[in-house]
Ligand binder design. Structure first.
Ligand code: GLU
Ligand code: MG
Length: 451
């Protein structure tokens, strides 16, 4: 929000009215990882200021394919919840300037609801705080820009990684996306055309964990909103073209004690501190189950393949782009200062994904887990037998497998809480059953515009 000083209903009302705002959208991200919103009209802002807008509890029971309630979630169309605005996240939308938007926390019976993903992340952050740890993070998105035609999907370019021709072709839309992110107080860091035709990557500055997840919602919204204004479709769908690079959404993490980044330790293995190594060990320990939350769509598993830099192996390594956890080195000390989880894509609800990664990492610290030897090879160049002798496992190759692991993971399930776990797994299973035998073309028809 542009001015934290003016967060009284009257001031906000006046300012929005002066800006020509007609609607305020309250955003939430559901168990199918679709970003949704209900909006209220500016003239009724005062009466919506504290309570926001109501939704049916069944919103957390819908799969990605259609708006139909999955009964295995334990939810029915009976019961009301409230999208309560977090006014500190208010921004006018640069791509639809008559609308403003903010993030909502889902309340039920006057308190944060057990099925609210943003509340789940807040809980995970609070648990870390209790252990004296702050988590900073950024989601690093890749997406495709496509020309919108009714019967075919045509990328905006046919260029390769970091192509300056790709930069020239897409300059207008990329600049507008950067401006729109900047206007919403998101610091843009780097941009380059990614490997696939029409594929782009724009990275943004890290922040504290809650803000990182909020920014992931704003990022997805902004890229798609701006692209639409340019007559384009932007899609974060994990794998659109079977033979081209997938869209990753690598999660970058650092661990802090107050102002001190505690990842670097010049005496630690690969320069990584013991605490950070235990956190990484926790992530790797839980990774097969975590993937139901970080790569949660049926389509996600088409992306996680050897030689596509998507982290297909349960391993960690310094500057290793084929390991699930890459530790990127810096130009100069201190180095490294953070690590990256590659088995994440933008079909993940960022609150659930980041919250569960924190839970897994903290479990690693609590149990004093040791991450073992870093991997300095491309595991994809070895036979399965060779990998086994080196102790490198392949990760789940389908959503069905990841769900089975999550069902056996008490740490993650307890952290989610029984109601959220049941609803989330219910939705995942419904998607798996409906989509497991689909060809990629059928998945594209459903998912291209959802993510
Ligand atoms: N596109 C790759 C993925 O799916 C990532 C490429 C990169 O390292 O940036 O994760
Ligand atoms: Mg990339």
């Amino acid at each position: 929000m542009n001015s934290k000083k003016q967060n009284q209903p009257k001031d906000i009302f006046k300012r929005l009215k002066k800006n020509g705002t007609k609607f305020v959208r309250v955003l939430f991200c559901d168990n199918a990882n679709i970003i949704r919103s209900k909006a209220f009209h500016i003239d009724v802002l005062p009466e919506h200021f504290h309570t926001g807008v109501s939704i049916t509890v069944a919103q957390q029971a819908l799969p990605v394919m259609y708006d139909a309630v999955i009964s295995e979630t334990g939810l029915t169309p009976v019961g009301e919840a409230w999208l309560v605005p977090d006014w500190s996240t208010l921004h006018t939308l640069p791509y639809t300037p008559t609308h403003a938007s903010l993030l909502g926390d889902i309340f039920k019976d006057g308190s944060p609801w057990s099925l609210c993903p943003r509340t789940f992340l807040k809980r995970a952050i609070a648990t870390a705080e209790k252990a004296g740890l702050q988590i900073k993070a950024a989601f690093e998105n890749e997406f495709y820009l496509l020309k919108s035609t009714s019967d075919s999907i045509t990328p905006t370019d046919d260029t390769v990684f970091a192509s300056t021709l790709g930069m020239n072709i897409n300059c207008a839309v990329i600049d507008d996306i950067a401006d729109a992110l900047t206007a919403q107080e998101i610091q843009v860091e780097r941009y380059y055309p990614e490997s696939g035709p029409g594929q782009q990557e724009i990275s943004i500055r890290y922040s504290d964990a809650l803000q990182a997840a909020d920014r992931q919602i704003i990022f997805r919204e902004t890229v798609r909103g701006v692209a639409l204004k340019h007559g384009l479709t932007a899609s974060f769908m994990p794998k659109i073209f079977a033979d081209q690079a997938g869209n990753g959404c690598h999660l970058h993490l650092s661990l802090w004690e107050g102002e001190q980044n505690i990842v670097p330790d010049s005496d630690g293995i690969e320069g990584v501190s013991k605490t950070a190594r235990s956190f990484i060990a926790g992530i790797l320990e839980h990774l097969p189950a975590l993937m139901a939350l970080t790569t949660p769509s049926v389509n996600s598993y088409r992306r996680i393949r050897p030689h596509f830099w998507s982290g297909a192996f349960r391993a960690w390594g310094l500057d290793n782009r084929e390991a699930a956890v890459r530790v990127p080195s810096n130009f100069a000390p201190p180095s490294p200062t953070h690590f990256e989880l590659k088995t994440v894509d933008a079909s993940a609800n960022p609150y659930l994904a980041l919250g569960s990664v924190i839970v897994a990492g903290l479990d690693g610290i609590n149990r004093g887990l040791d991450v073992g030897e870093p991997v300095a090879i491309d595991p994809g160049n070895f036979t399965p037998a060779e990998r086994e002798t080196r102790g490198i496992d392949a990760l789940p190759s389908s959503l069905g497998e990841a769900i089975a692991h999550l069902l056996n993971d008490d740490v993650l399930q307890n952290a989610l809480g029984s109601e959220l776990a049941q609803a989330f797994i219910g939705v995942r299973r419904a998607e798996w059953e409906a989509m497991k035998d689909m060809e990629i073309e059928e998945e594209v028809k459903i998912l291209l515009s959802r993510y």
